[in-house]
Design a protein around this ligand. Structure first.
Ligand code: 7RM
Length: 633
């Protein structure tokens, strides 16, 4: 890992080099990976089309980098340490050699069930090692995985299955989460009733709750695995650097989630490079990322980046507060975790339990702490620093997105300075710019604007699956020749970046991205709803809460009852993460003459502001604002 940044001076030097000679810089980084064939050219790009190709004509398989490469020197090292939901169940420690064997075996299972290179495979599982095995097995044979977070509804699954044109699914009978058993297979069955394109479902048995297995379509994971010859380890498919590795759906400002496409070579290089540098990991480090693999954070920093770097990844099935709020700290002590990476929302929820669950825990193996997913408030930052890091662990505040594949702006642990509330400085290779609404670059410091990136990096989004124009419009059309992040940002006097939140209609609830339009569409499906408008409101634990204004054809007699029914509908259509925190029934919505909903006003009212609502003169019916603010129907 000779691309590791070792000092502040080295950071400055590498940053300059990455700007002045990006191709040379990235060729150096990429050289420390295993390629079946080296690239012909490092980069071809055009942000207008957009088209970006990294390591052109390079050939590789990411699983050879994650697994085979480590077998000789580190075959017995734990690749994954799995901590089950229940403390009464045994953990699992899976060495690189065992993981390699299981991935090869399951890859053979996929093949024998008809999966071919380029096929899309949807995965809907809980946090069990077999989830990592399933994704790596797809990568081994060149199938494109699309993981769907286990909290999504049947409807969300079928939307994604159809969009991805997936003929294969991998799931579990159920998942354990805290005190609950979640019937994943039942949800998949509901989803498949609306997406007949799926031919095969492979079911991993985790919870042993009864499930229905459809003849010819559904097969058991454990039965299929016994049919594979152990001795014959499946060789990896040779992939082009630009062959898609995975699709991951994420919310945008329209109602329909987009399938973000990442490709093999660039994603591998950047996920690993950012992992090594931001967390300053050492060869034998134990890394504990608390995200779910169903989100990009889990893809990059539980699976691909961590395994590529040859470290040990702790994978936790449960939730931070089960059976008590000391669970994370117990895991950290038990496995001698060196790097701990979580979200501000988790820190805030644990803060609420006070320092008692953390007292008596050692935590002296911890060396680096990280946060991701949303801006971290200063109170949470200091609590994390004092109680978890004992004021001796650097905290890295890592800003990035599903679309960026890896961490873009962050301090590097112990190398570059931290500043509470600031993601601080871009990694070498990343060129952020702030733009004003008119499309001018804001030069200099102490400025706020829309955050764009003006030069490609290896793991930039390549397309949105099945709709390239959508990718162009969403990310490359707002500012010509730039990638637009959708985030607002401030650059302070020292050139440090502070992410201020989304500037589009995307909410960030407990670090989960949810489009207001998505929630509105779900609400509008409820009987009797004529129209709705959803806005985000500050929320102590979740960062942002969801506030819904709803117009019914007949005003309800019992608001609470109807509101509860609507929440039920949203849960059924999207999933529990999208449930509004508050539903307010209204007679109308504040709209401009052109029919645009003035969300600015709705946000203020949701925050409890009833007087200073700003200019309402452009509204079609200004009186409606007074009614809404007064809570009148
Ligand atoms: C990794 C991930 C992306 C959105 C992004 C931001 C917000 C993420 C930070 C942050 C402030 C951070 N992918 N965001 N990290 N805001 N500070 N360190 O979260 O695609 O699910 O979300 O999350 O708004 O655009 S994501």
């Amino acid at each position: 890992m000779d691309y590791r940044i070792t000092s502040y001076d080295d950071y400055r030097k590498k940053y300059d080099e990455s700007v002045n000679n990006p191709e040379g810089f990235w060729a150096d980084v990429a050289s420390s990976f295993f390629w079946r064939k080296k690239w012909d050219s490092v980069l071809e790009w055009d942000f207008i089309k957009p088209e970006v190709k990294w390591f052109v004509n390079g050939k590789l398989n990411i699983t050879e980098n994650c697994l085979d490469r480590h077998l000789e020197g580190n075959g017995d090292k734990p690749a994954i340490i799995w901590e089950p939901n229940s403390k009464d169940e045994a953990n699992r420690v899976i060495s690189y050699r065992e993981l390699h064997r299981d991935v090869c075996k399951f890859a053979a299972v996929l093949r024998s069930n008809g999966v071919k290179k380029g096929d899309r495979v949807c995965i809907y599982m809980g946090m069990v090692p077999e989830l990592a095995i399933a994704m790596l097995a797809c990568a081994r044979i060149g199938a494109i995985h699309s993981i769907i977070f286990g909290g999504f509804s049947a409807r969300s699954i079928s939307d994604r299955l159809i969009d991805a044109g997936a003929a294969y699914m991998i799931t579990c009978d159920g998942a354990f989460r805290g005190g609950k058993t979640i019937p994943l297979k039942d949800t998949v069955d509901d989803a498949l009733a609306n997406s007949p394109g799926v031919e095969k479902v492979i079911v991993f048995q985790r919870t042993h709750n009864p499930v229905s297995m459809i003849k010819g379509r559904d097969v058991w994971w454990h039965e299929e695995m016994t049919k594979v010859d152990e001795a014959e380890l499946l060789p990896a498919e040779e992939m082009d650097a630009e062959d898609p590795l995975f699709i991951l759906y994420t919310s945008g400002s329209t109602g329909k989630p987009k399938g973000v496409v990442h490709t093999t070579g660039g994603y591998m290089v950047y996920a690993t490079y950012s992992f090594v540098n931001v967390f300053q990991v050492k060869q034998d480090d134990v890394h504990f990322c608390t995200a779910d693999i169903g989100w990009i954070t889990g893809h990059s920093y539980i699976v691909y980046g961590v395994l590529c770097a040859g470290c040990t990844s702790v994978m936790f099935e449960g939730i931070p507060t089960y059976p008590d709020a000391g669970r994370f700290w117990e895991i950290a002590d038990r496995y001698k975790v060196n790097v701990f990476y979580t979200a501000p929302t988790a820190i805030r929820s644990l803060m609420a339990y006070g320092s008692q669950p953390i007292e008596g825990k050692n935590l002296d193996s911890l060396r680096v702490l990280g946060t991701v997913g949303e801006p971290i408030n200063e109170e949470a930052w200091h609590w994390y620093d004092e109680h978890v890091g004992k004021k001796r662990c650097p905290i890295v505040d890592t800003w990035w997105q599903t679309e960026t594949g890896g961490i873009m702006i962050s301090n590097l642990a112990g190398i570059t300075p931290a500043k509470p509330g600031f993601a601080t400085l871009p990694l070498p290779g990343i060129q952020p710019v702030l733009m004003d609404e008119q499309g001018n670059v804001l030069e200099g410091n102490e400025v706020s604007g829309n955050l764009c990136i003006r030069f490609p990096w290896p793991s930039i989004i390549r397309t949105t699956y099945g709709d390239h124009e959508r990718c162009r419009l969403n990310y490359f059309a707002a500012y010509e020749g730039m990638y637009f992040t959708g985030d607002g940002c401030y650059r302070d006097k020292d050139g440090m970046y502070r992410i201020t939140g989304r500037v589009d209609d995307v909410l960030n609830v407990s670090g989960h991205r949810i489009g207001t339009a998505e929630v509105e569409n779900a609400i509008n499906m409820h009987t009797g709803v004529l129209e709705s408008a959803v806005v985000g409101v500050p929320h102590d634990l979740k960062g942002q809460g969801i506030y819904a204004y709803v117009i019914m054809d007949v005003m309800p007699d019992d608001d609470a009852h109807t509101a509860a029914d609507i929440l039920q509908t949203v849960t059924r259509i999207i999933g529990p993460i999208a449930r509004p925190d508050k539903v307010q029934f209204v007679k109308g919505l504040p709209k401009t003459r052109s029919g645009k909903i003035m969300r600015r006003i709705l946000r203020k009212i949701a925050e409890g502001e009833t007087r200073q609502l700003g200019d309402t003169s452009t509204l079609l019916d200004p009186d409606i604002v007074t009614l809404i603010a007064a809570g009148k129907k």
